[in-house]
Design a protein around this ligand. Structure first.
Ligand code: C2O
Ligand code: CU
Ligand code: CU
Length: 466
């Protein structure tokens, strides 16, 4: 109850808010459950009125579940593969030991049909993260294998409900059948967008939420290409976290279309929304699309009014991250651009799109199984690092670093938020500086999260030497 207690102590919540606390005073974390996952083909109604075959999930007919973990408690998952293709599972944004990171050849051997891999790690950071395969990534993710992962704060912040929306597209025709999952044209440009925009595998997903309650809404952009511009036009509340990590300065709702929250592939946002007191009222979650705004999800108020107040929404406790020493940091430059020539990608067990369009520092990633591919840079354990990320291409790239959490320091084009993150959107013509402490030893994948870019060269890794 740290956060709420702090509010009461500072008097921000008022007497009513503090009285409301007593309902949560005994709230205790349930121990973390081991959750085994069986990767399999699935069937579901994605486009209303049709059935889509050939989905990939962890059950026959549902999206991958929201995995629930607790900060500081061990999590175990045996991931079993029933598909004819190889796989490996990655826990996006979680600072895991290198061997648990799920990157084929770099951190583990991918596993084939009827094989399994036991993942085990203890999340140090609370917040909203996600999981997806890092082998056969284009196919398996486009066919459905992306799930939300939550890590509960060690102290319960006392919201009335917790609702996750997994935002992603599917590429389906009018009969609900998959069409080509990617295109060379898209891979060489902004990525190939889906035809059906969903939340939790539903068009215009609907969730019930307690009337008058404070509801934590977790949005995760798990699509392979789409950059979401989320707005919540008629809601009270605040954005409390981005990319898993608490904001120390909350951003108040509503979010208008002009001030939409940009969520590029891999990014997340946590909102606390105060539901209307009356039953049956609706809060819309909108996305600004090229053809005009579209509702991607909504929440309907139910039950007796809870009469919570937005003044009870306060910053969550920060996660335990080390602040980089900027006066002593090592600077490395990374240039993201076109691939110099038509290099033959190496297939291995994890698939190739057969093209090379992109590079980091003029070196395209030669394929997951390629021999002799060295790190982009190596750092000493504990070293403070500044990476200058320069985009030479006319497309935007959500740049993602595994195993380490960074701050965006500055941009040559815009004001940036300095929150901790694992994925930063690098705009056309932009140079971003990011900083972190290299405090997790191992080889950490570093790539664009537009999967067609990742799989056609815009990938690499950095090493933190133990
Ligand atoms: Cu979300 Cu390298 O991954
Ligand atoms: Cu990741
Ligand atoms: Cu990219």
């Amino acid at each position: 109850m740290r956060v709420s207690r702090r509010t009461c102590l500072t008097g921000l919540a008022g007497a009513a808010g503090c009285a409301a606390l007593s309902r949560f005073a005994s709230a205790q974390l349930k121990p973390t459950q081991a959750t085994d996952l069986t990767i399999q083909t699935a069937q579901a109604e994605i486009l209303p009125g049709t059935m889509t075959d050939g989905l990939i999930s962890t059950s026959m007919d549902r999206p991958p579940p929201v995995l629930q973990m607790n900060q500081g408690q061990v999590f175990r998952s045996r991931v079993t593969n029933t598909l004819p293709d190889y796989t490996a599972m990655h826990w996006h944004g979680i600072r895991v030991p290198n061997g648990m990171d799920g990157v084929p050849y770099l951190t583990q051997i991918p596993f084939g049909q009827d094989e399994a891999f036991d993942y085990e790690f203890t999340p140090e950071d609370a917040g909203t993260y996600w999981y997806h395969p890092h082998c056969m990534t284009m196919d398996q993710m486009a066919l459905g294998l992306t799930g939300v992962l939550t890590v509960a704060e060690a102290e319960d912040p006392g919201y009335d409900a917790d609702i996750a929306f997994n935002l992603r597209d599917f590429r389906l025709n009018g009969d609900g059948e998959f069409i080509e999952l990617w295109t060379a044209r898209g891979a060489a440009r902004a990525g190939t967008k889906g035809t059906v925009v969903t939340a939790n595998w539903r068009v215009d997903a609907r969730e019930e939420a307690p009337a008058g309650g404070l509801v934590r809404v977790r949005l995760a952009a798990t699509d392979t290409a789409r950059i979401y511009k989320v707005f919540v036009p008629d809601a009270e509340g605040a954005v409390i976290a981005l990319d898993g990590h608490p904001l120390q300065q909350l951003r108040a709702l509503p979010l208008t279309e002009d001030g939409a929250l940009v969520l590029s592939p891999g990014q997340r946002a946590d909102l606390v929304i105060k539901m209307p007191e009356d039953e049956g009222r609706v809060v819309d979650i909108m996305n600004a699309m090229p053809g005009g705004p579209r509702r991607i999800a909504h929440m309907r108020s139910t039950g007796a009014p809870r009469q919570r107040s937005t003044s009870e929404i306060v910053p969550l406790a920060p996660n335990p991250l080390s602040e980089p020493d900027l006066s002593n940091a090592r600077l490395e430059n990374f240039v993201f651009g076109w691939s110099p020539d038509g290099l033959e990608p190496n297939n291995g067990l994890c698939g190739t799109l057969g093209y090379t369009f992109w590079s980091i520092n003029r070196t395209p990633w030669a394929g997951d199984a390629a021999e002799g591919t060295g790190p982009l840079a190596s750092f000493r354990l504990g070293e403070s690092v500044v990476l200058r990320l320069q985009n030479e291409s006319p497309n935007a790239h959500p740049i993602h670093l595994h195993g380490l959490t960074f701050r965006v320091l500055r941009s040559n084009m815009r004001a940036v938020s300095r929150h901790w993150t694992d994925t930063a959107l690098l705009l056309k013509g932009e140079t971003l500086e990011i900083a972190f402490v290299a405090d997790n030893p191992g080889d950490w994948a570093f790539h664009c999260h537009v999967i067609e870019h990742q799989k056609t060269g815009l990938a690499g890794y950095i090493s933190v030497l133990a």
